[in-house]
Write a protein that binds this ligand. Structure first.
Ligand code: LRH
Length: 485
C-alpha cells in the first residue's frame, strides 16, 4: 500500500509550526517537526511582522523535516489579508504590516467614496473588516510607488522557497479585490480604488503545483531541489474548514484560534443586501465552495489578557486560569467580543473592565471571572453567528464542529454547546495543518476527493462530543444584555 509524507507549514498570529504528516489508506498521522514564536515588531512606523524570523523558522522547520526523512511535497498556509511588496528586482520592500496596525483607521471611509459598500459587497461578498487588504493598500500611499508585485503572506513564503509568483485563490478571496462570482481579480474594483492590476499575480488553486525548491533552499534545508511545493488552501481558515470531519447541509463549524470563524460551507455565495448588513463574508473554500462565515474576536481576548497578566507579574498559565473560570459565577458581566476597542494589542483586562463600566455593569472581580466572561462572550457570539448564518443561507444546523486550538478548551466547547443548544463535536485541534496536508495528499493522488479527506479526519483524529445543557433562560437573558447581533 502507498504511504507518503507531506510537510505542512502553518503560520499563526502567535506561532509558526512545520508539521510532518504520514498519509495512506486509513492513515493520517501528524507530528510537529518545528515550532517557533511569531513576535510582531513595534517600530516607529507601525506594527509589523518580523518576516526574517518567519522565513528562518520555515527553513529550520524544513531542515527538521529533511532530518526526519524528507517529504513528498510542501504546502504553506498563514493568516489572511496581509502581504509583502516586491520591487522590480523581486526584493521585499519592507517588513509586512500586521493587520492589527492602526494605519487603516478611517481609510474604509475613503474607499467607500470610490466604491459604495453595496457595490463592493455585490462583487466580493466580503465582510467589512477594517484591515481587509484593499484598505491596507489604500493606506499604503507612497509605499506602493516602488512596488511591482504584491504577495500575500503564504505566497510570499512560496516565492522565497521556489522563486515562483502566484496568488492562491482562497486567500485572494480575503483581499476585497476578488470577484466572488467570476473567480478572478476584479479589474473594475482595482480601477475604482486606483490599484495597478499588474501588482497582482496570476491566481492559482489549491492543489496546483507552485514550483520546486531553489538550489540555495535545498542546500539550507537538506531537502532535494526536486521537492515540489504544492498550493494548498493557503488561507489558514480555508485549510481548517477543509479538515472539518463532516459535511452536509446541517453541519456548521467554528474554527477557533486567535479568531473564531463561525459559519457554513455553501455551494454558492450569498450576496444579498441582508447578508451584507449582517456582515457575513463569502470567502472561498476548496473546490469552489463558499465559506459563509463571520469573524469573531476569538481567543485573542484570552491570550492578550494572559500576556497582560504576565507583564504585570500575575499568574498567567492557562490551566489554572481555566480552573478558576469553571468556579467563577456565570454571567458576572456580558460583553460583545467584537467591540472595536478589543482589536489592537494592549491591556485587555483593563479594556474589558472599561467596557463593563461603559455599559453599566460591574467589571469581573478576579482573573477567573475575566476568563469566564471572555469564554461566555465567545460562546454566545458563536451561537448568535451560527443562528444568523443559518437564517441567511436558509439552512438548519444540527451539529457544530469546533476545530482548531480552541477545541482543546473544554469549558469553551461546553459553553458553545449550551449557548447554541446543539451538539458540539470538538477537534481536530490541528485542523489547519491537516487541511494543508490533505489538499496536498489529494493533489498527489493519495485521497480521491473532499468527502474522503473529511472521512479520513473523522476516522483517524480524536474527537470529543459535548451535549447541550445549562440554563437556557440565562443564555437568553445574557443575549438581551448585549443587544441585537
Ligand atoms: C485566522 C485569519 C482569519 C482572518 C484573520 C486575519 O487566522 O486568517 O480568517 O480574518 O486571520
Amino acid at each position: 500500500t502507498d504511504t507518503r509524507t507531506f510537510a505542512a507549514v502553518d503560520l499563526g498570529a502567535t506561532s509558526g509550526r512545520v508539521m510532518r504528516a504520514r498519509v495512506g489508506p486509513g492513515l493520517l498521522e501528524l507530528a510537529e517537526a518545528h515550532r517557533f514564536p511569531n513576535t510582531p515588531l513595534r517600530s516607529p512606523d507601525g506594527l509589523r511582522w518580523d518576516f526574517g524570523a518567519l522565513h528562518r523558522g520555515v527553513l529550520d522547520g524544513l531542515r527538521a523535516v529533511a532530518a526526519a526523512g524528507g517529504a513528498h511535497s510542501v504546502g504553506i498556509d498563514t493568516w489572511a489579508v496581509d502581504y509583502g511588496l516586491l520591487d522590480a528586482d523581486g526584493a521585499l520592500l519592507d517588513q509586512p504590516y500586521h493587520y492589527r496596525d492602526p494605519r487603516t483607521e478611517g481609510v474604509a471611509e475613503r474607499v467607500r467614496a470610490a466604491v459604495g459598500p453595496a457595490d463592493h459587497y455585490a462583487v466580493t461578498g466580503l465582510q467589512h473588516l477594517p484591515f481587509n487588504t484593499v484598505y491596507q493598500l489604500a493606506a499604503d500611499g507612497d509605499r506602493l510607488a516602488a512596488a511591482r508585485t504584491l504577495l500575500l503572506m503564504p505566497d510570499l513564503l512560496v516565492h522565497r522557497l521556489t522563486g515562483t509568483v502566484g496568488a492562491e485563490v482562497t486567500n485572494a478571496s480575503t483581499t476585497g479585490l476578488y470577484d466572488a462570482r467570476a473567480g478572478t481579480w476584479s479589474k473594475e474594483l482595482l480601477g475604482r480604488v486606483g490599484i495597478d492590476p499588474a501588482l497582482l499575480p496570476p491566481l492559482r488553486r489549491p492543489g496546483d503545483p507552485a514550483g520546486t525548491l531553489l538550489p540555495h533552499v535545498a542546500e539550507a534545508t537538506g531537502l532535494p531541489t526536486t521537492t515540489p511545493v504544492t498550493a494548498v488552501a493557503s488561507h489558514d481558515t480555508a485549510s481548517a474548514v477543509a479538515a472539518v470531519p463532516a459535511e452536509g447541509p446541517d453541519v456548521a463549524y467554528v474554527s477557533c484560534g486567535t479568531w473564531s470563524l463561525a459559519g457554513l460551507e455553501l455551494t454558492a455565495p450569498v450576496l444579498t443586501e441582508e447578508s451584507r448588513a449582517a456582515n457575513f463574508t463569502n470567502e472561498l473554500g476548496i473546490d469552489g465552495t463558499t465559506r459563509y462565515l463571520r469573524n469573531i474576536m476569538g481567543l485573542w481576548l484570552l491570550t492578550e489578557s494572559q500576556r497582560t497578566w504576565r507583564e504585570q507579574g500575575l499568574p498567567h498559565e492557562l490551566g489554572p486560569l481555566l480552573a478558576a473560570a469553571e468556579r467563577a459565577r456565570p454571567f458576572a458581566a456580558v460583553i460583545d467580543p467584537d467591540a472595536p476597542e478589543f482589536l489592537a494589542p494592549g491591556d485587555m483586562p483593563a479594556r474589558i473592565a472599561a467596557y463593563c463600566v461603559r455599559t453599566g455593569q460591574r467589571p469581573p472581580e478576579d482573573q477567573g471571572s475575566v476568563v469566564r466572561t471572555v469564554l461566555e462572550a465567545l460562546a454566545l457570539a458563536h451561537a448568535r453567528t451560527l443562528r444568523r448564518a443559518a437564517a441567511l443561507a436558509g439552512r438548519e444546523i444540527r451539529t457544530v464542529h469546533l476545530v482548531g486550538g480552541g477545541s482543546r478548551n473544554e469549558l469553551l466547547c461546553r459553553l458553545t454547546a449550551d449557548a447554541t443548544g446543539l451538539p458540539v463535536v470538538a477537534g481536530p485541534a490541528e485542523a489547519t495543518a491537516l487541511g494543508n496536508v490533505l489538499v496536498q495528499a489529494r493533489a498527489h493522488g493519495l485521497v480521491p476527493d473532499r468527502a474522503a479527506m473529511r472521512r479520513l479526519v473523522a476516522t483517524t483524529q480524536p474527537l470529543r462530543h459535548y451535549t447541550p445543557g445549562g440554563d437556557r433562560a440565562a443564555w437568553d437573558a445574557a443575549e438581551r444584555r448585549i443587544g441585537p447581533a
